[in-house]
Design a protein around this ligand. Structure first.
Ligand code: ATP
Ligand code: MG
Length: 288
């Protein structure tokens, strides 16, 4: 009975919506601001009347709920491991206009999942892509083989760097790894924690030129975000920047990032490409 209702709902959704755009937010080096950027960007995209899901993929170390000042009983791991059988109950809705899913704790590696767990994960993704317009996956620090494989299923990759040379080098290594596995993957670049505009521009230009020269690929810059003490304040107050510090320089930067994201997203609405996320997930999960 549950399956019938589920299938029916899937069909209804299929008729009325196109699948969500999927974006992975990554960095080479950790701690560069991915979670703060994905949280606030999600809220701003939500304010632009998109149905947004923010998916915390930092299993074991997730902090999206903290940044949103929210708490939800269940995580994706509760669903995958069968403690909560309803996917709807995993989603925390209406938090600053968006939905989020917590990472939770559990088996980090897809390789360790049994057939049932794999099926559940696929069922979750199948449901979510039809329910949302945009899904942001906030990836954890430190790339493991599995997180990179998962990242490769997403349509777009937002790479966050800071002006630090080590961060730039690691961002390049990440793009190179992904590019060598899938040359068609679209990259968006964000420079966070820039002391000034020049420093941010130099960082972006350096990465764009390196990628162009060695990988023959164009990387779209979504913008530069300044170093701003408001970030730390927002984190400790558990209030998103867009809500608690609407006029802070970083928040203004996030607004322009959101605008750039929306106009770039409009440029690449290729239907075939949009369905590929689920296809990729299927390949990843069932053809191991
Ligand atoms: N623009 C900024 N200005 C000042 N501080 C910042 C800025 N961006 C990030 N930070 C600092 O860096 C910390 C880490 O940010 P965040 O958790 O978003 O990084 P992350 O990339 O998600 O980290 P991880 O790789 O561990 O997941 C913040 O708590 C804040 O103290
Ligand atoms: Mg993070």
């Amino acid at each position: 009975m549950k399956d019938q209702a589920y299938n029916l709902r899937q069909k209804m959704l299929l008729n009325s919506t196109t699948p969500a755009k999927t974006i992975g937010i990554v960095s080479g080096k950790g701690g560069v601001g991915k979670s703060n950027i994905s949280t606030n960007l999600s809220i701003l995209i939500g304010e632009a009347n998109k149905k947004v899901l923010l998916f915390d993929m930092d299993i074991g170390m997730g902090n999206i709920h903290i940044l949103l000042g929210s708490h939800h009983r269940y995580s994706i791991m509760d669903f995958i491991e069968g403690r909560e059988p309803e996917i709807e109950n995993i989603i925390c809705e209406n938090v600053h206009g968006i939905s989020y899913i917590s990472a939770g704790n559990g088996l980090k590696s897809i390789v360790e999942w049994n057939e049932e767990q794999i099926n559940r994960f696929y069922e979750a993704m199948d449901y979510l892509v039809l329910r949302y317009d945009v899904i942001f996956f906030d990836m954890g620090a430190g790339a493991t083989r599995e997180t990179l494989d998962f990242l490769l299923t997403m349509e777009q990759i937002m790479v966050v760097t800071t002006p630090e040379p080590t961060s730039i080098t690691d961002a390049y290594s990440m793009m190179k790894y992904i590019h060598l596995r899938d040359g068609k993957k679209e990259f968006y670049l964000v420079c966070n924690r820039a002391e000034n505009r020049q420093e941010g521009m130099a960082t972006i230009t350096r990465l764009q030129e390196t990628v162009r020269k060695f990988l023959g690929k164009e990387v779209v810059s979504l913008g530069i975000l300044p170093e701003d003490p408001a970030v730390r304040k927002a984190v400790s107050q558990q209030t998103p920047l867009t809500k608690g510090f609407p006029r802070a320089p970083i928040t203004l930067g996030l607004h322009s990032l959101a605008q750039n994201f929306l106009s770039e997203a409009d440029k690449s609405v290729d239907q075939e490409e949009k369905t590929s996320f689920l296809k990729n997930i299927k390949n990843l999960l069932f053809r191991r």
